[in-house]
Write a protein that binds this ligand. Structure first.
Ligand code: ATP
Ligand code: MG
Length: 140
C-alpha cells in the first residue's frame, strides 16, 4: 500500500469543506493513517514549498498557506499518490470546474492559488512530505 501526504488548505477548512472531503476520501478507499490540524508559520511554508521559492506567486502562496489552520493527513491505498492527485483535480480550480467538475478542487477551490487541497506529486515528494510533517513515520 502506498502513502501520500494530503493537506486541506485554509480555504477548505474555513469554508467547512472538511467533512465532505473526508467522506470522499473514505468513499474512494483511502485510509486516513494520521491527521492533525496545525497553524503553519512563514518559515515552515517556505521550507515545505521550497521548490517554488523563485516563482512570482511564492510570497502570495506563503500568505495563503498561513492565513488559517490547515488539516494535514497521511492517506494510504494502492496507487495513493496518483489517485489522490486525480481526485483533487487540476491546480487551477476555476478551470477544474469546467474540465473536472467532480474533482475536489472544482467543488471547493477558487482559482490557481486558492485551490483547497494539496497532494504529493511523486513517491519522492510523498516520502519527503510525510517525514516533513510526521517525523515519527516514513512513507512505507
Ligand atoms: P500542491 O503542490 O499544493 O498540491 P499543485 O502540485 O497542483 O499543488 P504546484 O505547481 O505545486 O501545484 O503549486 C503549489 C501551489 O502554489 C498551488 O497549489 C497553488 O496554491 C499555488 N500556485 C501555483 N501556481 C500558482 C499561480 N500561478 N498563481 C498563484 N498561486 C499558484
Ligand atoms: Mg505541487
Amino acid at each position: 500500500m502506498q502513502k501520500t501526504l494530503a493537506i486541506i488548505k485554509p480555504d477548505g477548512l474555513l469554508g467547512n469543506y472538511t467533512d465532505d472531503i473526508k467522506r470522499t476520501i473514505l468513499e474512494y478507499g483511502f485510509n486516513i493513517v494520521k491527521e492533525k490540524i496545525v497553524q503553519l508559520d512563514d518559515a515552515t511554508v517556505k521550507r515545505f514549498y521550497a521548490e517554488h521559492s523563485s516563482k512570482s506567486f511564492f510570497s502570495n502562496l506563503v500568505k495563503y498557506m498561513t492565513s488559517g489552520p490547515v488539516l494535514i493527513m497521511i492517506l494510504e491505498k494502492n496507487n495513493a499518490i496518483a489517485d489522490w492527485r486525480a481526485l483533487m483535480g487540476p491546480t487551477d480550480a476555476s478551470n477544474a470546474k469546467i474540465t473536472h467538475p467532480h474533482s475536489i478542487r472544482a467543488k471547493c477551490g477558487l482559482d490557481t492559488e486558492k485551490n483547497c487541497v494539496h497532494g504529493s506529486d511523486s513517491p519522492k515528494s510523498a516520502q519527503r512530505e510525510i517525514l516533513f510533517f510526521f517525523k515519527e513515520l516514513s512513507a512505507d
